[in-house]
Write a protein that binds this ligand. Structure first.
Ligand SMILES: *Cc1c(COP(=O)(O)O)cnc(C)c1O
Length: 403
C-alpha cells in the first residue's frame, strides 16, 4: 500500500482549441453577438453550428439553445406536453430533467433503474400501463444506454413519444445507431462538463418537421426563424409559428464559434475518454468491495465519467469518499440523503410532491460512486486514481463484492 496523493483538479477541462478562440475574438471585435445580428447574406455561426451538428448526428433538423435543460423544456412542449400531461422518466438522472418536465407543467412518473443504472424495462411497462402516460423522457444517465430494442418496443406498444436526454451520450452509439436517433427528439448539453464545452448550451435534434418548427419558434426566434441552419420548409412554420410561446433560449455567436471548433475533434476525444475509462475499469475490476459494470459489446459509450458500485462497503461509502478525498481523488456518491453539489436523489425534488417508493433505485444508488474523467488527466493518471480507490477500499476492510 502507498499513500501517493493525486494532485490534479477533477474539474479542469481542456483549453478551447485555438481556432475557436480566434473565431470568438473576431466575433467580439465585430460586436455582433446575437444569433440574428448578421450582415446581409451572412450565415451566422449559430446556423452553421446547427448544420454541422445535424450532419454529425444524422438528424434532419437541429436547434442550438442556451442549455440542455432549455432544450429539454422546448422539446417537451414542441412534442405536445401541456400542464397535467404525464411524462415517464427514469428516476436516476440530474436535476435539470425533473426541472424541465415541471416547467412545462408536465407530471413526472418516475421509473426504477436496475443495477447497471439502466431504466428498468419491466417497471417502465408497468408504469406506462398504470399511468396511461404517452411521453417518455429517457435519460441515458452517465452514458449508460439501456436495452433500446426493449425500450422502443414498450413505446410502440403504448403509443409513447420518446424524448432522449443525451447529455452524456453525445457521440455514443447503440448497435451502431447514434444515441438520440431512437426517439422522436433528442436533447444534448454543452455545459462545461459535457462532451462539448461552451460553459452553458445545448442542442435539440429531430426528424419531425412540425416538432422542429415549434421548437425553433419556441426557442425565441421572433419571426427570424428563416435564417436558421437546419430547419423544415416555410410552409411548416406557417402552420405553427403563432402557436409556440417564446422562451428566449437562443444560443449566441460566441458559444457557437467555440463549439464549432470543438465538434471537429469530438470523435477523436471520444477515443481519448475511453482510453481513460478503460484504465479506471482495469484498475478497479476485481478490487475488494467494488463492482465494475460489464458494458454490452454493442454499446459504444463515451467514458467521460466512471461509475462503480461499492457493494462490499455497505454503510461505509461516505468513509471511502472521505478517504479518497484525503488523497486528492474526488468521488461523488449518489446515495446521500441530502443533495450535494451536482448530485441529488429523486426524493429530494420536493416540488414534485411526495416521492414515489422506488426501492430498487434507492438500493442501487446507495452504493453508486461516480468519478469525473476530464481529458486533462492522462491514462496514467486514471490508473493511479484506480489504485488509490482500490487501496482505500481495502483499508476499509471491504469484503468481496457480491455478484
Ligand atoms: C447536464 C445534464 C443535462 C442538461 O443540463 P444543462 O446544465 O441544463 O445543460 C440533462 N441531463 C443530464 C443527465 C445532465 O447531466
Amino acid at each position: 500500500m502507498t499513500n501517493t496523493r493525486f494532485d490534479k483538479p477533477f474539474t479542469q477541462q481542456e483549453a478551447i482549441p485555438d481556432e475557436g478562440i480566434a473565431a470568438a475574438v473576431e466575433i467580439l471585435r465585430g460586436g455582433r453577438l446575437h444569433r440574428y445580428n448578421t450582415l446581409a447574406g451572412e450565415v451566422s455561426e449559430v446556423s452553421l453550428l446547427e448544420q454541422e451538428y445535424a450532419a454529425y448526428q444524422g438528424a434532419k433538423y437541429c436547434l442550438a439553445t442556451t442549455s440542455g435543460g432549455q432544450a429539454m423544456q422546448i422539446a417537451l412542449r414542441a412534442a405536445g406536453v401541456k400542464p397535467g400531461t404525464k411524462v415517464l422518466a427514469n428516476a436516476y438522472t440530474l436535476a435539470p430533467v425533473p426541472g424541465a418536465i415541471f416547467a412545462t407543467g408536465g407530471v413526472p412518473v418516475l421509473v426504477e433503474i436496475g443495477r447497471d443504472w439502466h431504466t428498468d424495462v419491466d417497471d417502465l411497462r408497468a408504469k406506462a400501463a398504470a399511468s396511461g402516460a404517452k411521453y417518455l423522457m429517457l435519460s441515458h444517465m452517465r452514458g449508460h444506454i439501456a436495452d433500446m430494442d426493449a425500450i422502443c418496443a414498450v413505446c410502440d406498444e403504448f403509443g409513447i413519444t420518446m424524448i432522449e436526454d443525451c447529455a452524456h451520450t453525445m457521440g455514443a452509439k447503440w448497435r451502431g445507431k447514434r444515441s438520440g436517433n431512437f426517439g422522436t427528439v433528442a436533447c444534448f448539453s454543452t455545459q462545461t462538463y459535457k462532451h462539448l464545452n461552451s460553459g452553458e448550451g445545448g442542442f435539440l435534434t429531430t426528424d419531425d418537421p412540425e416538432l422542429a418548427a415549434r421548437a425553433v419558434v419556441g426557442s425565441g426566434s421572433y419571426m427570424l426563424y428563416g435564417s436558421h441552419g437546419a430547419i423544415p420548409d416555410e410552409d411548416v412554420f406557417q402552420r405553427v409559428r403563432l402557436d409556440s410561446p417564446n422562451c428566449s433560449a437562443r444560443m449566441d455567436m460566441l458559444r457557437a464559434a467555440i463549439l464549432r471548433a470543438q465538434l471537429r475533434n469530438l470523435d477523436a476525444n471520444v477515443d481519448r475518454w475511453n482510453a481513460r475509462y478503460r484504465a479506471l475499469e482495469n484498475g478497479l475490476r476485481g478490487a475488494a468491495g467494488i463492482r465494475v459494470p460489464e458494458r454490452a459489446a454493442h454499446e459504444s459509450y463515451v467514458g467521460s465519467s466512471f461509475q462503480f458500485q461499492a457493494l462490499g462497503l455497505a454503510g461505509s461509502v461516505p468513509a471511502l469518499v472521505a478517504a479518497c478525498a484525503a488523497r486528492g481523488v474526488d468521488i461523488k456518491w449518489f446515495g446521500a440523503d441530502t443533495p450535494q453539489a451536482f448530485t441529488s436523489r429523486y426524493d429530494s425534488w420536493k416540488y414534485l410532491g411526495d416521492p414515489p417508493d422506488l426501492p430498487n433505485t434507492r438500493s442501487v444508488l446507495s452504493t453508486t460512486c461516480d468519478v469525473r474523467v476530464p481529458l486533462t488527466f492522462s491514462v496514467e493518471d486514471c490508473a493511479l486514481i484506480a489504485v488509490i480507490i482500490a487501496e482505500e477500499a481495502a483499508r476499509l476492510g471491504a469484503v468481496q463484492a457480491a455478484e
